[in-house]
Design a binder for this molecule. Sequence first.
Ligand SMILES: [Mg+2]
Length: 221
Amino acid sequence: MTETAETKGLSDVRLGARPLIVCDVDEVVLEFLTPFNAFLKSRGHELLPRSFHLTGNIVSLETGAETPPGNVGSLLEAFYASQLEWQEPADRASACLAALSEFADILFLTAMPARHYDVRRALLDRHDLPFPLVAADRDKGPLIERLHDDRPQPLFFIDDMPHNLRSAKRHVPAANLLHYMANGTFRALAPHPGEDVTVASNWSEIEAVITGRVEDGQTDA
Ligand SMILES: [Mg+2]
């Protein structure tokens, strides 16, 4: 597969004849909202859990006024550049992914801009998360379709954003979809991702669901 300015890591992916688990990174493998809020506070802003959005919910600590979108973009960019200082794995993510990798290929698919690929790779490696990483700041469904192709093995996709899960379903109808969001406050605000999506509240549940379906052959693909 060809790399573009928007994607990095695609050409390094080599899949075995095993189940494939495509896993989002921010808010799934790595904590995002909790450390991002700590970062915002260090810069004079704050994320308020008023709704399931970043937009409109980041305010000035001093005045309470909404932080302009352009400033939010700059803050996100600075956070990604300094993620080694802020982000940690979600609880039990490393151990559960290690267990799942005994019988499945793991692939990280992050929507983060590709220019931050190297620092994210270093962060994942630091926490014993050595699995291949694809950074692609665009729709995930077509990428998952290209990666999985017509392989007969089961495909699992874990993400915190319902629109990413719907995109995967449109392009790979047989995909097994799981919703997980590490931050419990915002997880409670998340819209239901749909009847065909398994909602998990921790990594042990994710591991149990995937392991059970593979052992029982309860997968569509
Ligand atoms: Mg995410």
